[in-house]
Design a binder for this molecule. Structure first.
Ligand code: F6P
Length: 323
């Protein structure tokens, strides 16, 4: 193997730049050439590929986003698109590929591997829904952003004696909501994985009011059904009995930006540096993860087989802490 490519794909997250930097610098250290592929699989299909050196990744360790750009690329999920991708990789003399992204991007990596191309994956998504790793790149920074928002909302909520629904991202996973709810001292967390009735939600708000709390913070995962807006409408119609008046904040894409935290910079550097090394060792077809604080490999097939499940201990912890 002489020349590898690196791409970031799918939703961006705040740890991508330190990860690209680590892939490039570790590959150069191992005597490999590195090509940066712009805009994920879309740029691979379009041949948007540039040579990278140590300087191309200078000054990016503290920057959010991705210097390579990213995209969601439906064409790549068709066999024709993947054949074009292989053609492009051959045209640029790339003989190994590092894919940094979430479940969709890693499924794409698995497909290329199944077609015989040496690929290695790195889990990068704020959703923390990838198997084979305790935590994905970007999660910690996103959590810190959410906590900052919760703390600020608590200030205004307490001043006005209000209940707030704060909606977090996470697609179908409740991880961001659950972890930020525990760390942010929320009164209730609503996740897609845990059933809670509207009556129970009203009861929680009423209890908080009767206990003399100055606010009631409810974190709602975006994947929770029937959704934040439906719940908000229901609660607004019952403000008289709840005690608190109700407001809603949808945090949205602010969760995906910002300078990576110390944890994310370290994680991204460890995972990124491992990728070229593992490719050279013949470990293509795997994803690099962090398991019990050690870098570990999981076959891509297992990593993307199903979404990572919420820890029942964390669900219980949120329940114990909220009273
Ligand atoms: O997968 C990351 C994520 O931020 C999810 O949490 C969210 O559902 C989705 O991407 C939003 O995607 P987009 O940026 O395309 O709107």
């Amino acid at each position: 193997m002489k020349r590898i490519g690196v791409l970031t794909s799918g939703g961006d997250n705040p740890g991508l730049n330190p990860c690209i930097r680590a892939v490039v610098r570790s590959a150069l250290h191992l005597g490999l050439e590195v090509m940066g592929i712009r805009r994920g699989y879309a740029g691979l299909l379009d041949g948007e590929i540039i040579e990278m050196n140590g300087r191309s990744v200078g000054g990016i360790i503290g920057r959010g986003g991705t210097i390579l750009g990213t995209a969601r690329c439906p064409e790549f999920y068709e066999p024709k698109g993947r054949k074009e991708a292989l053609r492009s990789l051959n045209r640029f003399g790339i003989d190994g590929l590092v894919v940094i992204g979430g479940n969709g991007s890693l499924t794409g990596a698995l497909e290329l591997w199944r077609m015989g191309f040496p690929v290695i994956g790195i889990p990068g998504t704020i959703d923390n829904d990838v198997n084979g790793t305790d935590i994905s790149i970007g999660v910690d920074t996103a959590l810190n952003t959410i906590l900052d928002a919760i703390d600020k909302i608590k200030d205004t909520a307490s001043s006005h004696n209000r209940a707030f629904l704060i909606e977090t991202m996470g697609r179908n996973s409740g991880y961001l909501a659950l972890a930020s709810g525990i760390a942010g001292g929320a009164e209730l967390v609503l996740c897609p994985e845990v059933e809670v009735s509207f009556e129970e939600i009203c009861q929680t708000i009423e209890e908080a009011y009767v206990l003399g709390k100055s606010h009631c913070i409810i974190i709602v995962a975006e994947g929770w059904k029937p959704g934040t807006q439906v719940l908000a409408q229901y609660l607004l119609e019952r403000e008289d009995t709840l005690g608190f008046s109700v407001r809603v904040t949808q945090l949205g894409h602010v969760q995906r930006g910002g300078s990576p935290s110390a944890f994310d910079r370290l994680l991204a550097t460890q995972m990124g540096a491992a990728a070229p090394r593992e490719l050279l060792k013949g470990n293509a077809g795997h994803m690099i993860g962090l398991v019990k604080n050690e870098i570990a490999l999981t076959p891509l097939e297992e990593a993307v087989a199903f979404d990572k499940q919420l820890s029942p201990q964390m669900v219980e912890l949120a329940e114990i802490m909220r009273k």
